[in-house]
Design a binder for this molecule. Structure first.
Ligand SMILES: [Zn+2]
Length: 245
């Protein structure tokens, strides 16, 4: 699943669409009135967590790439697009994704302080939200988009390995210092992810995600589908401490 940093890359690539006017719209999406897009000029492109946002004068298009979504700018894949925006000098295509309209200003629809890639990111607010869910497992809390918009499964596994916390620890049992580390590292790792992904070296830097052996202990990682979300976790039972539980 594309995580927050990948959507930031999409946003950066899509900046060249700003100012272009949509001449025609195609695609198999049935969740929006495509005709409404014709004639609109793109004001800005933004992102919030895993949402890519195309801002138009009075409303916006929200694209969520879900598990297997992809895109092409000024190019296309063989597959039928969910949405295709055609401009005089190019096009924008998205595939296997969710498309919605958001009415009114985006600043009214989104709290940018909750987007871990945003300049407005507010670590204290994230800690407050976490303290309000003491029984949550850390593996679920990290994937909670209301706390960490943009964090996905790779970031979750790598952050817990970095801070040496077992995924089944409960939020309420983490010492304050660990809770702060969790919040800070989620953001720090996301920016590392961004740099590595841009350089095509992301996988090479994975220490835990999809790995078999703990690089610190040289013993096998445990692989399990944990938490209410049942997402894959890779962790070391020796160096990642279980708090609570
Ligand atoms: Zn270990």
């Amino acid at each position: 699943m594309p995580e927050g940093p990948s959507i930031v890359i999409l946003k950066e690539e899509a900046r060249r669409l700003v100012g272009r006017r949509i001449l025609a719209v195609e695609g198999n999406t049935t969740t929006i009135d495509k005709a409404r897009l014709v004639g609109q000029r793109i004001v800005a492109v933004r992102s919030w967590g895993k949402h890519f946002l195309i801002e138009l004068p009075t409303f916006s298009v929200r694209i969520h790439l879900l598990m297997f979504g992809s895109y092409r700018i000024d190019g296309r894949k063989e597959a039928p697009p969910r949405l295709r925006l055609v401009f005089r000098d190019g096009e924008f295509n998205v595939y296997t994704c969710s498309v919605r309209f958001i009415e009114g200003p985006l600043d009214a629809a989104y709290d940018w302080r909750g987007d871990e890639m945003s300049d407005a990111w507010d670590a204290a607010a994230a800690r407050r939200k976490l303290r309000a869910m003491p029984d949550a497992l850390v593996c679920d809390a990290l994937l909670d988009q209301d706390v960490f918009a943009g964090v996905g499964n790779i970031i979750k596994n790598e952050v817990l390995f970095r801070i040496r916390v077992h995924p089944l620890s409960t939020i309420g049992s983490l010492p304050a210092r660990k809770l702060a580390q969790l919040v800070d590292e989620a953001r720090r790792y996301s920016f590392d992810f961004l740099e590595w992904k841009k350089a095509f070296v992301l996988r090479k830097h994975w220490l835990a995600h999809a790995k078999r052996t703990c690089p610190r202990c040289r013993i096998p990682f445990v692989k399990a589908h944990l938490g209410v979300r049942r997402r894959r976790s890779f962790f070391c039972e020796r160096c990642q401490r279980l708090y609570g539980g």
